[in-house]
Design a protein around this ligand. Structure first.
Ligand SMILES: Cc1cc2nc3c(=O)[nH]c(=O)nc-3n(C[C@H](O)[C@H](O)[C@H](O)COP(=O)(O)OP(=O)(O)OC[C@H]3O[C@@H](n4cnc5c(N)ncnc54)[C@H](O)[C@@H]3O)c2cc1C
Length: 373
């Protein structure tokens, strides 16, 4: 079987990997370099964690996600992950952490509540103003995202049945016939076409613009005094909601940067537009950091990064069969990277084995325990 994949982010690359493992032929087209620094997948890190609020379906998939990453580390000959554990902090009426703990208990995962006095002893680097309750689970950590996509693209370039086409924008797709046409006017055909075009997907499939809303997100990298950096290099990852802005914090594991972002979807923006962040973009986040992180006044903003992803209304993933020979693959809503290897492997299996497409779509949406019927 031959597949064409449009998009060389983690989803397109992982699907190519899954298909190639099973001996299929793949042509992958990417509009920029491979990997493309403008892709959602291209940042120093992405978090993986069991706590998932009420979305127990996704919490249940995390163990499978870790298994898929382990398979990838085996093929790449290197592990791009550091464990940190997951600390969830709440206050001011927010209950995401409590809901996560309740949901995890139903699948046999223990997320324990830390008394606030213990929180201060265990993590003295946290100031914790406004925090009313703290929850902890040992699992979770940091995936070194851009190193993963870089290594995976290099690995795929060495596979005999894979052809990568960087700097080749796909202008149109015909998912009924299994054809694509590039910006240069070249036509290519295959048994199946997978569109994994991230925040650009509505340019190829305009009707999806109503369901997959591009969202402009800004993250802050900080430069810390050496002593603070050493303390944070041991973790933890933090998911916090105690004020107007909910934040996540990525500790500087294995020499990577220290990053903070928020959970608020902008639900607007154009991925092709100029990517400059402003003071207004980060003011609420900085304010929250000031009351959450000890010694924050000594920290310096190192750089800001603007990134785009798509969001669905219910934050579930959209992975759907379209027409006779097409799939749309958008497991994102700002939380897709952690499932990248798993989503790619499973879509490859469904495509190659003819498993039921509707079951696969429900599985990717976190509504089925397995993609197979
Ligand atoms: C700030 C931020 C924080 C995040 N944090 C997390 C996290 O902690 N945990 C987590 O699990 N997830 C997180 N995510 C989400 C995760 O990064 C995305 O879900 C994931 O990277 C999406 O991968 P993708 O392959 O679908 O899209 P992308 O990585 O954007 O790849 C799509 C690719 O398609 C290419 N393309 C588009 N159109 C065409 C065309 N016509 N022709 C050829 N090529 C084309 C693009 O150039 C791009 O390279 C975060 C995202 C952001 C932005």
């Amino acid at each position: 079987m031959k597949a064409i994949i449009v998009g060389g982010g983690i989803m397109g690359l992982s699907t190519a990997w899954g298909l190639a493992r099973d001996g299929h032929e793949v042509e992958l087209f990417e509009q920029g370099p491979l990997p493309n620094p403008l892709a959602s997948s291209m940042d120093e890190h992405r978090l993986i964690r069991h706590p998932y609020g009420d979305h127990v379906g996704y919490a249940r998939l995390i163990d499978d996600a870790f298994t898929a990453w382990d398979l990838l580390w085996g093929d790449l000959g290197q592990r791009f992950y550091a464990a940190t554990g997951t600390l969830a902090l709440t206050g001011n009426g927010a209950d995401w952490a409590e809901r996560s703990a309740t949901a995890l208990a139903t699948i046999g995962k223990s997320m324990i509540e830390l008394p606030l006095a213990d929180l201060r002893l265990r993590f003295p680097q946290i100031e914790a103003k406004g925090v009313e309750r703290a929850f902890w689970i040992d699992s979770g950590g940091v995936l070194f995202a851009q190193d993963i996509v870089t290594a995976l693209a290099e690995y795929l370039a060495r596979q005999p049945r894979i052809r990568l086409h960087p700097h080749t924008t796909v202008r149109s797709v015909d998912l009924e016939q299994g054809r694509i046409v590039t910006e240069a006017g070249t036509s290519h055909a295959a048994d199946i076409v997978v569109v994994a075009a991230g925040a650009w997907v509505d340019r190829l499939l305009p009707d999806l613009g109503r369901r997959l809303i591009p969202s402009r997100q800004v993250v802050i990298y900080f430069d810390l005094p050496e002593q603070d950096r050493a303390a944070w290099a041991k973790g933890p990852m933090i998911i916090e909601k105690t004020g107007d802005v909910g934040l996540y914090l990525v500790p500087p594991m294995e020499g990577r940067g220290f990053k903070v972002g928020d959970h608020e979807f902008s639900r607007s923006g154009d991925p092709t537009a100029e990517r400059t962040a402003t003071e207004d973009d980060i003011r609420p986040l900085l304010q929250r950091c000031r009351s959450l992180l000890r010694g924050f006044d000594r920290w310096r903003t190192d750089r800001l990064k603007v990134c785009f992803y798509t969001v669905t209304e219910d934050e579930r993933f959209l992975v759907e069969k379209r027409a006779a020979r097409g799939w749309v693959m958008s497991p994102c809503s700002g939380h897709g990277f952690k499932f990248g290897a798993l989503m790619g492997l499973e879509l490859a299996r469904t495509i190659a084995s003819g498993r039921d497409a509707a079951t696969h779509a429900r599985w990717a949406a976190g509504l089925e325990a397995t993609a197979a019927t």
